[in-house]
Design a protein around this ligand. Structure first.
Ligand code: UDP
Length: 485
């Protein structure tokens, strides 16, 4: 039988690109011909994977498309600094349909795995009579929560932004305030993003199914809810970061080149006691005001803990504004390391000196925290991060919330130094911290088992590959998503 050929098309952001490439590597290691479609800004990580022996194909398509109105030089979502640039970025995602269809026409793969941000991909795949699998890059809990937020709209029944409401009919009593509900989930807000997200949900219901970078044991109630109540076809095949064994060099260059020499960083960590350093990083997109960065620095000092703090280059602050308290770096010289730019996050989290993680709850970071077995301080900022926070703090109970209340895409602020210091102390010290660490270690062990042969994720991928082979042979016994709600 010919090899199954699968095309992977990630969204133009590191949080989507990294797991999609890992997915392609995983499929390739299971005997599939895997091909990545990428835009110029994301060629390097694919080429790095190919150089380190992964048998993955690559097709590069032009970006930005001429008609998009985006300036040349924009290569990824993290360069979209203002809300008014986003519509052009959305438009450019639509314009990628044509070049992708040309590639499908020419190479005739058996399946298209396309990111959620390409809702047109469901119709595109249908034109070529192949299944479209959708990748959101988030948790089962987040997708169930998003869907229930859209259906029940409980934020309409509270009298103020700060009043809490419970989201009905989920496996747990998850409470939110109106300010934590993503813009795109709120009916009264109509903009390019909300319009796009409506198309995304519609395309999900008509797609062949959804792939999850998660594992069953982590969120069984929500994996079941998503399949049985929301009636989607779904396969959990993660944590993808554990699926492919690779060397430290590769891990250090994952996504982007690090702003710090990884050997220097590891040397620094290796000189510290186990579980004695807290790692603080907010992913590849979130931005803070200078005032908030100042509060983080103050919070770190009050906490008294050793730290590695990642501050994104250029966009977190007005370049001329002083966001560090005077003398901060001098005072914390032996205790802390600030990385300005991209950090080798996986390498850092895996180091035994790391004892806690302050995270924005992007799904990749959350999973990376889970796989490292460390307790977390959750500090959601935007996207679906407020939903993932609930999984960490209330369902798994492996973290504490810093108390972030405001969903905001850019220039986030509002968390005070005392809350930051308290959260850090709670995960790094005392009985409560030790309990969370014990539970986090259990999750880590479950994650490892899930991807082993016969583990839940390994088995689910085997089932998917079998179905795709069956589909290809024309014996299509599978029903497409058949959603009741
Ligand atoms: N990441 C990294 N170094 C950084 C910032 C981010 O390696 O300095 C990686 C991180 O390990 C994760 C991804 O980038 O794999 C960020 O994805 P996530 O879903 O956590 O957040 P997003 O960037 O999408 O908000």
């Amino acid at each position: 039988m010919n090899q199954l050929h699968v095309f992977f098309f990630p969204y133009l952001a590191h949080g989507h690109m990294i797991p999609t490439l890992e997915m392609a590597k995983l499929f390739a290691s299971r005997g599939v011909q895997a091909t990545m479609i990428v835009t110029p800004g994301f060629v390097e990580p694919v080429e790095n994977a190919r150089k380190s022996g992964f048998n993955i194909g690559i097709h590069v398509i032009k970006f930005p498309p001429e008609e998009s109105g985006l300036p040349d030089g924009i290569t990824s979502a993290d360069q979209i600094k203002s809300d008014d640039m986003f519509p052009k970025f959305v438009k450019s995602m639509e314009l990628l349909q044509e070049p992708v269809e040309k590639l499908l026409e020419e190479f005739r793969p058996d399946c298209l795995v396309a990111d959620m941000f390409f809702p047109w991909a469901t119709d595109t795949a249908a034109k070529f009579d192949i299944p479209r699998l959708l990748f959101h890059g988030t948790s089962f809990l987040a997708l169930c929560t998003s869907q229930h937020m859209r259906i029940y709209k409980p934020y309409k029944n509270v009298s103020s932004d700060s009043e809490e409401f419970v989201l009905p009919n989920l496996p747990h009593q998850l409470k939110f305030t109106r300010t934590q509900v993503p813009d795109f989930a709120r009916e009264e807000i109509v903009n390019e993003i909300t319009k796009l997200l409506t198309k995304v949900y519609e395309s999900e219901t008509r797609s062949y199914g959804v792939l999850f970078n998660s594992f069953y044991e982590l969120e069984p109630d929500y994996a079941d809810h998503y399949r049985k109540v929301l009636r989607r076809n779904a396969w959990h095949i993660g944590p993808l970061l554990l699926c492919n064994k690779e060397g430290e060099d590769f891990k250090a260059q994952r996504g982007k080149e690090s702003a710090i020499d990884e050997h220097e960083c590891l040397e620094w960590l290796n000189s510290k006691e186990p579980n004695s350093v807290v790692y603080i990083c907010f992913g590849s997109i979130a931005t803070f005001t200078a005032k908030q960065l100042y509060e983080i620095a103050k919070g770190l000092e009050i906490s008294g803990q050793k730290f590695i703090w990642v501050v994104r280059e250029g966009k977190n602050q007005d370049e001329n504004e002083n966001w560090l308290p005077e003398g901060f770096e001098e005072r914390t010289k032996d205790k802390g390391l600030i990385i300005r730019g991209w950090a080798p996050q996986l390498l850092i989290l895996e180091n035994k000196a790391i004892g806690g993680f302050v995270t924005h709850c992007g799904w990749n970071s959350t999973l990376e925290g889970v796989c490292s077995g460390v307790p977390m301080v959750t500090w959601p900022v935007f996207a679906e991060q407020f939903y993932n926070e609930k999984l960490v703090t209330e369902v798994l109970r492996i973290g504490v919330s810093v108390g972030s209340k405001q969903w905001k895409r850019v220039a986030s602020e509002g968390v005070e130094r005392e809350a930051i210091a308290l959260g850090i102390r709670k995960i790094m010290e005392g009985e409560e911290g030790a309990e969370m660490r014990r539970r986090a270690q259990e999750c880590k062990e479950q994650a490892r088992k899930a991807v082993e042969e016969d583990g839940s994720s390994y088995t689910d991928l085997s089932a998917l590959l079998q179905e795709l082979n069956t589909y290809r042979l024309g014996v299509n016994t599978l029903k497409f998503n058949n959603c009741s709600i």
